[in-house]
Design a protein around this ligand. Structure first.
Ligand code: PRP
Length: 190
């Protein structure tokens, strides 16, 4: 078996044990912040679904779970343009409840900048953000991340929900893809 046949790719940046420890800590912080308050956890599809599944089970206070689908239009090959479309909206009103947005990664910040402004028009009690990863070196729009897992360098990361061309979301850790990985043929088309 070689790398093209398995899902192994890149170098491990954050292993599954480190993710689990940090997610448990974030769960405790979020529990303390919202205990007794009406809370909606809003998972941003697709990338956040793995993080959300683990984080929600580390939060010990009643909450509702909603999903929102966003599509970012790319201004260049690697950078979003800031033009965002809601492909799947939440099913219930957010008014009168606290909203905790769950994201896998904040890169330029353009996606969350759009989403925060959109959510604010729905009159929630508050909006906060839980993000697993943040690349501060790529920031275009400053995003206040209330509950952050890890700051990471400007590298192309996959795994634990994050994809390259639809692949690698099911890696249990965060890995860095190198340009060589593409040349080795590890990136078959979807
Ligand atoms: C990723 C991630 C964020 C966004 C962050 O989504 O889930 O939503 O990019 O980038 P930004 O800070 O530069 O705006 P992606 O567009 O890859 O879609 P996916 O979640 O469906 O994989």
């Amino acid at each position: 078996m070689n790398g093209a046949e398995t899902n192994a790719v890149g170098k491990v940046l954050i292993d599954r044990a480190a993710i689990a420890r940090r997610v448990a800590e974030l769960g405790r912080e979020i529990t303390a912040a919202y205990r007794g308050e009406p809370l909606v956890a809003l998972s941003v599809l697709k990338g956040s679904f793995v993080f959300a599944a683990d984080l929600l089970r580390a939060i010990d206070t009643p909450l509702a779970v909603e999903f929102i689908g966003l599509r970012s239009y790319f201004g260049s090959r690697t950078q979003t343009s800031g033009v965002v479309e809601i492909t799947q909206d939440v099913k219930y009103p957010l008014g009168g409840r606290h909203v905790l947005v769950i994201e896998d990664i904040v890169d330029t910040g353009l996606t969350l900048d759009y989403l925060m402004k959109n959510l604010a028009t729905r009159n929630p009690l508050s909006i906060k953000i839980a993000a697993l990863l943040h690349k501060p070196s790529r920031a275009i729009k400053p995003i206040p991340i209330d509950f952050l897992g890890f700051e990471i360098p400007d590298a192309f990361v996959v795994g634990y929900g994050l994809d390259f061309d639809g692949r690698y979301r099911n890696l249990p850790h965060i890995a860095v893809l190198e340009p060589d990985d593409a040349q080795l043929g590890l990136f078959p088309p979807r």
